[in-house]
Design a protein around this ligand. Structure first.
Ligand code: SAM
Ligand code: SF4
Length: 321
């Protein structure tokens, strides 16, 4: 458990920081158009990526500072060699109550059992379309049937909750809103996320931005439920799963942001869209904890996506989406 003086680690704007997103690789087995370039992805050298031991040490320091939830992401976390050891190390860290993972789902059938045994209980699966051609086009070659097999495996192995995240892409998946929302019939929570202009694909994203009010127009029968983290939630009448709207662009949720990020090469980023980052590699013990404490204190007040671009020059894959 965090000790008493760090239990309520707040930044200087009074936000309690309890959630860390950890990118464990910037590689991926898909090439989503809004996230990665088709070619020319620079592969970091093995030594440039945080080792399992470094991740364990950073997680322990974060827990000392009051982090209770860790999301393992990337890139595609399930392509990282050692992903299961990483999940085990994170979930075994005293003070970490929740270890979750965000994935495109393709490799879930292969890893579901080991992930459960490693202490991962919650999965977020990214899926932007239920039309095989649209899915193939968005992901540049991905097979929808493989992603759906991943969702089936997640259900079969008892991950709970399962959230499906769909990025809204104007002119590309507007017609998928209704079919994606129908996944809530199976108890899955479906969240629609506004496309953010970030990294090398920001121009592409800027041209295809779709406000999340498109979801409310496509599904007028949605009933408001409440708020779940950064999502405003709704429900189709009588259906178990919820439909969430996450609007980083149209209504930024910075005032209630409770998260920090650690990049695959070991930089702490207190804000996804700000250039500030702090190198954690080579720091140990009290030096590591003190550095993380000061970066959390200095978390920027808000992002400036409303200016049309992210001030971070990193891609989503290295920052950890
Ligand atoms: N590969 C995994 C996956 O796709 O779930 C994890 C990493 S991915 C970067 C994490 C999330 O970031 C995905 O849900 C993806 O859709 C989202 N994402 C990537 N680029 C984005 C952008 N420009 N705007 C909004 N969401 C984005
Ligand atoms: Fe890969 Fe996820 Fe980015 Fe798609 S969104 S390219 S699956 S990291």
């Amino acid at each position: 458990m965090p000790n008493n003086d760090t239990q309520h680690m707040k930044d200087r704007f009074g936000r309690e920081i309890t959630y860390m997103r950890l990118s464990i690789t910037d590689l991926c087995n898909l090439r989503c158009q809004y996230c990665m370039p088709e070619e020319g992805v620079t592969k970091l050298r093995h030594d440039d990526i945080l080792s399992v031991e470094e991740i364990a040490e950073i997680t322990a320091a974060a827990a000392q500072l009051g982090i209770t939830k860790v999301r393992i992401t990337g890139g595609e976390p399930l392509v990282r060699r050692g992903v299961i050891e990483i999940c085990e190390a994170v979930s075994a860290t005293p003070g970490i109550r929740e270890t979750c993972l965000t994935t495109n789902g393709i490799l879930i059938p292969q890893y579901a059992q080991s992930l459960r045994e490693a202490g991962v209980k919650r999965l977020n699966i990214s899926l932007d379309s239920l039309n095989p051609d649209t899915y193939r086009s968005i992901t540049r070659g991905g097979e929808l049937s493989e992603a759906l097999a991943g969702i089936d495996a997640a259900i079969a192995y008892g991950f709970n909750p399962i959230k499906v995240n769909a990025v809204l892409i104007g002119g590309v998946n507007d017609h998928d809103i209704v079919s994606l929302a129908a996944l809530t019939i199976q108890g899955i929570h479906v969240r629609f996320i506004e496309l953010m202009p970030i990294g090398g694909t920001s121009q592409w994203a800027g041209e295809r931005f779709l406000n999340d009010s498109a979801v409310l127009s496509a599904l007028p029968q949605l009933e408001p439920v409440g708020v779940d983290g950064v999502a405003r939630t709704y429900r189709l009448p009588g259906i178990p799963g919820t439909v969430g709207l996450i609007s980083p662009v149209s209504s930024h949720f910075c005032p209630s942001c409770n998260r920090i990020r650690v990049t695959s090469d070991g930089k702490l980023k207190p804000c996804l869209h700000s250039p500030e980052e702090l190198n954690l590699r080579g720091l140990h013990g009290e030096e590591l904890t003190a550095a993380m404490r000061s970066a959390i204190l200095d978390k920027p007040q808000r992002h400036h996506l409303d200016s049309g671009y992210s001030r971070s020059s990193r891609s989503m894959t290295s920052t950890g989406g």
